[in-house]
Write a protein that binds this ligand. Sequence first.
Ligand code: CMP
Length: 145
Amino acid sequence: MSERTLVMVKPDAVRGGHVGDVVGRFEAAGLTIRALKMIHLDRQEAEEFYRVHRGKPFFSGLTQFMSSGPIVAIVLEAPGAITQVRRLMGATDPAKAEPGTIRKDFASSIEQNAVHGSDSPESAAYEIPYFFGALEQHAYERAAR
Ligand code: CMP
């Protein structure tokens, strides 16, 4: 069954000029883009998005970084999209990420790690409507390649 996931291209990857590379990897892997926009979160919005991490030692640095510049929020759809996106991103810590993954190629540290992807269907159900309403998510058929 088809599944949707929320991806963010984080401020480091936006500043690095890697938006096209990151989006291109997801498209090349066969995921369908349902929604996409650039947005600059303020500190409170970043804290709400990452609310499950409130109280952890990295929460302050993470939310400071995530509000330091614009991000690109994307809804991707495919069967098993959550797992597929996490595989394409690689490990949270780029030092541990497999060669050929997005974080291995574009991330500099565990905090400035280029991309975020929903880690479960429950997370996706919170994260997708955080950025996109129903009218901003679009159904269409991808052409056969
Ligand atoms: P992300 O997938 O966006 O989800 C939560 C983020 O917290 C994670 O990517 C990392 O950027 C960050 N994070 C997780 N663990 C640590 C850590 N130990 N130190 C710093 N940042 C972390």
